[in-house]
Ligand binder design. Structure first.
Ligand SMILES: [Zn+2]
Length: 179
């Protein structure tokens, strides 16, 4: 009886050892993610180590797309919108009334949330626009120089491997409008 020769790489954590007993299960491959050599089924494209990593959307790339949309909504409604922050955790924006026909800060925030399919909640966790500050809290968080801060939550939270959650949101500060 012919003895099967099993081959292994120098990186044991990269090999798909469970493939080895199967037909075509002990091929030498190169991982498309980390470029390491690994052994496993000939149709595998990533090593076992890379496959066990969780690949979440990169916040900065996601926020970059979102920013263009917010900017367009701003321009169409009399605002200049600028990024202010690192994009690492959330998207920090400043909106400045730019033209004489700039809409109100509240209208602007509602529009942005609507276009992005997001949800705007105040610091007490209530949706904005409920209209009773004493009961629900203000729609915005007051900041120095009458700046108003709003937060728009964007859809899903993603669960990380450590059990924590990544939530994408926009913090947007609107400077006062003088009419
Ligand atoms: Zn790899």
């Amino acid at each position: 009886m012919e003895e099967k020769i099993i081959m292994r790489s120098d990186n044991p954590e990269c090999d798909w050892t469970e493939d080895f007993e199967h037909e075509n299960g002990n091929y030498q491959n190169h991982c498309h993610k980390c470029k390491a050599l690994f052994f496993g089924h000939k149709r595998r494209i990533v090593c076992k180590k890379c496959a066990s990593h969780q690949f979440l959307p990169k916040p900065a790339a996601f926020y970059g797309c979102i920013y263009n949309i917010v900017q367009e909504v701003g321009i169409a409604n009399g605002y200049a919108v600028a990024i202010h922050g690192s994009l690492a955790r959330d998207l920090d924006l400043i909106a400045v009334p730019w033209t004489n026909d700039a809409i109100s800060d509240f209208e602007l925030i509602k529009l942005i949330a609507e276009v992005l399919g997001g949800e705007c909640r105040n610091e007490n966790g209530f949706k904005i626009g409920l209209g009773n500050d004493a009961m629900y809290g203000k729609d915005y968080t007051p900041r120095p120089h009458e700046r108003r801060a709003y937060r728009i939550y964007l859809g899903n939270s993603f669960e990380k491997q450590d059990g924590g959650l990544i939530t994408y949101y926009i913090d947007i500060s609107v400077t006062p409008r003088f009419i």
